[in-house]
Every structure is written in C-alpha cells, then in structure tokens.
Design a binder for this molecule. Structure first.
Ligand SMILES: [Cu+2]
Length: 484
C-alpha cells in the first residue's frame, strides 16, 4: 500500500468511527482513565524564538514522563486529535498484541479524531518509552520524524541502587531532509571484524546497482538537534553539586540516527541497558546509543565546573545535540573536550559466568539492501523478501514457552538497531564472540556482521521484529512472529 492508498483507506475508516470521542473513552466502566494522552500539533521552542510545528504528545516534546507501577494494572485514554489514524507503541513492555500499538500485529488503530482506551499491566520494571508506530515512507511529517516520543518509567518492586537523583534525557533531531548518501558513523563498535562473505555479497549488490547508472538510495539528515527538545545552551542547565551521584536515563528518540554522548572530566557507570539491569555494571568514558536504545548510567559529580554533556560529532553538537551541566557556584563558558578514543562493546556489561541454555531452534535471517530499488529509496529484505504492508504475512511460527535463537546476518554496511516487540532477548554472540546475560529489546547489529540473540516465546500472538530506523522499516525491514 502506498502513502496515497493508505490515506484513502484509513481516511474512510476514520470517518466511519469518528465521534463522539469523549463518550467512547468513558464507555468501558464510566471511570476516568489513570493517564490521558492527546496526539496533536504542537509548537515547540527548540531555541530562542525558534518554534517548530510538530505532531506531539500532550502539546510538548518530549511527551510527558509516564511513571507506572510494575504489575499494577493501568488505564490510558489516547485521543487522536489529528487527521491521520495513529498507533502508539509501548516499547519494551510485555503487553498483548492488541495493546502493543503496531498495525502489523493487528493492534486496532486510534482513529483520526477518535480515542482508544488501553488497559494493561505494566512491566517489566525499568526505563521504557512510548512512540508512534505509523508508516512514514517518503513523508517526513509522519512517524517518528515528528515529536511523538515520550519516556516511561516502570517503578520496580525493589530499590534499583544508590543515587541522589534521576535525570531523564531524550535525544531527538528535527527538520529532517532527504539526501542521496549519508554520513552515519560506522567504526565505533567492538568487536569490529567484518564477515568477508557478507561483505562480498553486499559490495557485489551495490556494484551491480551503481553499474546500472543508479544513484545511492535516499538517506535522512537533520538541521536541528536537541536534548529534551532544546538545543545546546537553550533552556535550563542540569544543576549539580559536588559529590552528587546522578542517575541518567538516556533515550535515543531519533527516527534514524545513532547518537553518542560524553561529559568531559566524568565517567558513566552503566547500570542498565534498555531499562534492564546489566549483570556487570561498568564505567565508560562515552556512550553510544542506537536508535530506540536506552542507557541508564550513574555519574559521580566529582569535577566542578560548567561542562557540555554532548554528542561526539562536532557538527551535530554545534547544531544542538548537548546540554550544559553546571556545578553549584561554578561560572564561565561551558567546556567541551572530546573523550579518548573508545569503542562501544556490549560485552563489557555481560555476565562472566553464565552459559546461555541451548535453544530449541535457530532461525536464520539474512538482511540485505536493494539500492534505490523503490522510487529512489533503498528496499530492505529479510531472507530475500521485503515486508508487504498490504498482506502483513507471518514469517515465523513459534511455540509458547520455548527458547529460540535468531542468527541475524547483515549483508549491508549500515548498522541496524534491531528491535523485537513484546519481548526481551539475550545477546549470545556478536561477530563470533560469545556474550551472556545482557537483556535488551533493541541491539545494534554492525555492518557486515552476524549477531545471535535468544528469547523465550512467552507472549501469545503476533510480535514484530524490525530495524528501528524509520527509513529502513518503512521500506521492507520487518518480519512477523506468531506464537501459539
Ligand atoms: Cu536498519
């Protein structure tokens, strides 16, 4: 279904079930919901007198921090005040496919100018988030290119550890544009070894395409970069005191980008990845965060001054990707210093003892890029097939309660943040190297590398696997599991 067809169909649907929104919301039991979200156009001030018009949650960016209690059932009314049907996805939570918020899983739409009441039991505990799950394709006003991203924290039954306070940071770019070819950082992951067969395959495909006179497929770039919706230097700094331990919950809310972050003169003690406590908390000088990944890290404030907590990329930091950290009593211009060379390695946080149990089955997946094959956009395939949005076929059938292994082979030079809905997976092998105990819902798969992850199919129904880059998922990089 292309964009026009989609709007035609969904427009009809929306028309037939428009109105009366408020009555619908109260229909179930007459009581107001625990939380309310309004999807609508908002003006957000990202810099001095620089206002952007974007679709957002409750008129703000990021959306409101939702704090839910693990295991305590909650209700949320989601009003859609726009002209386009919406899906609101509860990223990282183990909820049913009717609530999860993905059309591919047959979650009902939140109709245009309509409302849907959602009821679910939040979990697991930790740092999650919520975002739109609408197909954007070539329309940069739709999907996660706008402002439909918000942090969500599920209070654990037990105390997560010692810190003095929490700071939530949402990283997000605005004013997207298309270009032919991009400049994504590719050389920061460890292990860094390429698989020569995947490389040969990917390079041959690219060579064939370019020999046919094709240009490179479209990539997305941005003009504005923000943390919590504000460019570096605009808005309030993070005010700290010497000796304080600050727990940062950092969300990469980007539609397509991988981000990095450093705070000169300080180190991050990573305690959780994607909201899940890591077996081996470890200190690092910088963070690398794939699209939709989250990192929770404690910083001990032991170096008084005024500092820039910012992206390692000079251009992106200049365009706003940073926030000032200011010690009480400190004065002067905020200081940025690049950290020492450093590679991001999930194994640093892994268990040293654990042996992952064997799976009942290993599911092989080959990811490939068909350069500029879809009206100038790269088409993405899993095992040779681009996901068909009209038929939304089921690719893999699973039995409930069994442990499966995904062997994901990347025959492209891009890094793909791979996301599995309604589940958490354990990393078991990265580019041939073993790893155990790190639970995630998004993981960066390196260019021309293979990664293996295990998960237990404990959620009945449909679960979507996809690359979390909007541009990749919209052009085929998705697949569906059904668990019975
Ligand atoms: Cu991708």
């Amino acid at each position: 279904m292309d964009r026009r067809e989609f709007l035609k169909t969904s427009g009809l649907t929306a028309f037939s079930i428009q109105l009366p929104a408020r009555r619908l919301a109260l229909a179930s039991d007459g009581a107001p919901a625990d939380n309310t979200i309004h999807i609508g156009t908002a003006l957000i001030e990202v810099g001095p007198q620089r206002f952007l018009s974007v679709t957002a949650y409750n008129g703000q960016f990021p959306g409101p921090l939702l704090r839910l209690k693990e295991g305590k059932r909650t209700t949320i009314d989601v009003y859609n005040d726009t002209d386009v049907p919406e899906q609101l996805h509860w990223h990282g939570q183990l909820v049913s496919d009717s609530v999860d918020g993905a059309a591919e899983e047959r979650s009902p739409w939140i109709p245009a100018h309509g409302v849907r009441r959602l009821a679910f039991v939040p979990g697991p505990a930790g740092f999650r988030f919520y975002h739109t799950h609408v197909h954007a394709g070539s329309n940069l006003d739709l999907g996660q290119y706008g402002g439909e991203v918000g942090p969500l924290y599920i209070e654990p039954a037990h105390d997560p550890g010692s810190f003095d306070r929490e700071v939530f940071l949402t990283l997000k770019e605005f004013e997207p544009f298309f270009s032919q070819g991009g400049d994504m950082p590719l050389d920061f992951l460890s292990p860094s070894a390429f698989d020569s067969r995947l490389k040969a395959q990917g390079e041959a495909a690219m060579k064939t395409a370019l020999a046919r006179g094709m240009k490179k497929g479209f990539e997305v770039g941005y003009r504005i970069f923000t943390i919590n919706g504000r460019q570096l230097g605009f808005g309030e700094p993070i005010r700290v005191r010497r000796g304080e331990r600050v727990l940062f919950h950092i969300l990469n809310g980007s539609a397509t980008e991988i981000r990095s972050l450093a705070l000169p003169g300080h180190r991050f003690r990573v305690v959780a990845l994607d909201g899940n406590p890591v077996p081996h908390p470890a200190e690092v000088p910088a963070l690398w965060i794939g699209t939709a990944e989250r990192i929770s890290a404690v910083v001990e404030m032991s170096n008084p001054g005024v500092w820039v907590l910012g992206d390692l990329d000079d251009d992106d930091r200049r365009d706003g990707m940073g926030i000032i950290v200011e010690y009480a009593g400190a004065k002067g211009k905020p200081i940025w210093r690049a950290p020492p060379p450093f590679r991001w390695d999930y194994r640093r946080f892994a268990s040293r003892e654990r042996e992952p149990p064997p799976p009942v089955e290993t599911i092989e997946m080959l990811f490939a890029k068909d350069n500029a094959a879809d009206q100038g956009f790269n088409r993405w395939t899993i095992n040779g097939t681009a996901f068909d949005m009209r038929t939304m076929p089921i690719s893999w059938r699973l039995r409930q309660g069994l442990r499966y292994r995904l062997r994901m082979k990347n025959a492209s030079d891009d890094i793909h943040p791979m996301h599995l809905h309604r589940s958490r997976f354990e990393l078991v092998r990265i580019a041939g190297a073993p790893i155990a105990g790190v639970l995630k819902d998004v993981v960066m798969l390196g260019g021309y590398q293979t990664m293996e992850v295990d998960f237990t199919a404990d959620q009945l129904g449909l679960s979507l696997l996809h690359c979390h880059m909007q541009l990749h998922m919209d052009y085929g990089f998705m697949g569906l599991f059904e668990t019975t």
